[in-house]
Write a protein that binds this ligand. Structure first.
Ligand SMILES: [Zn+2]
Ligand SMILES: [Zn+2]
Length: 347
């Protein structure tokens, strides 16, 4: 099959011929119809992710496609099924899985991280019965590919971890795929949204998706101060949707007393151990929580909102590209300025 491959971290990324994958007994092989290109893939390529402990490597974890091969222990899936899956493929049997928190499974399989991913014609995934999600006929592959990581992660971050409700002020720091998804979801929950980014064209899209206030962090010396000013007492809930020392700190500092910070963006590289204003966490009794994907069992609620039209992840797709263009797109993920999500849809 054709796949996007790199042989060393930060090294050249090429499209090459590699062996077709084979399904594990508990897994399936999926013919990839669409695969989102995510900042996490870029972190993986640069060697920021300890889960990638093998080379060469094929990135890609936001996928949708058709099952072409099912292992002999797979009961729920057969060739021809249209599916997507969370980027955390949970084992289904550890303590976290048994407690319903498959998103923090003790024995995760992550396509594109612990194994080869979906920047390829085919991808093998483990634990199919626990993790595959059937796509409703109304949802096309490109839209579905945007769900597995950024949209589902934002859904869990806003709905479950952030517990956002009508009328609340929600600040979203960083308006890439995660941030824009969070804005769309918070808007559907009738929250009031402050969007923060460093690019005016990205902020314009954030406003079209429902942000009441847009702040260009490049043009503002005191982002938290500005948010506290426009919201009155500070944001009820704030998300670091980028993952940097600055956005993490701003997100915590812009909260009202007893507000809630949700860390969604990965902190990697130089920002791996950011300085956190812990004095504010104490003095304002802030809540700090993380959000790590979303378990397959919770997809039904999100898919229903998409089918009903209350959420429209398609609006977040910036462009679609052929597999051959994926290496250049991956390498440029470190730069800012791209608007919306890029999806590979020709293989
Ligand atoms: Zn597990
Ligand atoms: Zn992702």
């Amino acid at each position: 099959m054709k796949a996007v491959v790199f042989e060393r971290f930060g090294g050249p990324v090429t499209v090459a011929r590699v062996a077709d994958p084979v399904a594990d007994d508990d897994g399936v092989v999926i013919e990839v119809k669409a695969s989102g290109i995510c900042r996490s893939d870029w972190h993986g390529w640069l060697g920021h992710d300890p889960d990638i402990n093998h080379l060469p490597h094929v990135p890609g974890h936001e996928l949708a496609g058709v099952v072409v091969q099912a292992g002999k222990k797979v009961a729920r899936w057969k060739p021809g099924d249209r599916v997507t899956l969370p980027f955390v493929c949970a084992c289904g049997t550890c303590l976290e899985c048994l407690g319903g928190n498959q998103q923090v499974c003790d024995r995760q399989f992550q396509p594109g991280f612990t194994g080869w991913g979906s920047f390829a014609q085919y991808v093998a995934v483990r634990y199919a019965d626990v993790n595959l999600v059937r796509l409703p006929p109304e949802i096309d592959f490109v839209t579905a590919a945007s769900l597995g990581c950024r949209f589902a992660t934002s859904f869990r971050a806003v709905v479950t971890q952030g517990r956002v409700g009508p009328g609340q002020w929600v600040a979203v720091h960083g308006c890439g795929g995660v941030g824009l998804s969070a804005i769309m979801i918070a808007q559907a929950l009738e929250a009031r949204i402050v969007a923060v980014d460093i690019e005016d064209n990205v902020l314009a899209l954030a406003q079209r998706l429902g942000a009441a206030v847009a702040i260009n962090a490049k043009a503002s010396r005191d982002v938290p101060g500005l948010i506290r000013e426009v919201t009155g007492r500070g944001a009820d809930v704030s998300l670091d949707a980028l993952g940097s020392a600055a956005t993490c700190s701003n997100s915590i500092a812009c909260l009202r007393k007893r507000g809630r910070h949700v860390q969604v963006g990965l902190l990697a590289g130089d920002d791996y151990l950011p300085r956190v204003p812990m004095h504010l966490v104490i003095g304002r009794e802030l809540e700090i929580c993380g959000s790590h994907g979303m378990q397959a069992g919770k997809y039904a609620e999100m898919l229903a909102l998409i089918v009903s039209g209350r959420l429209d992840p398609k609006a977040l797709i910036g462009k679609t590209v052929p597999l051959e263009q994926a290496p250049a797109e991956l390498e440029s993920m470190g730069q800012f300025g791209a608007v919306g999500i890029t999806v590979i849809d020709r293989f």
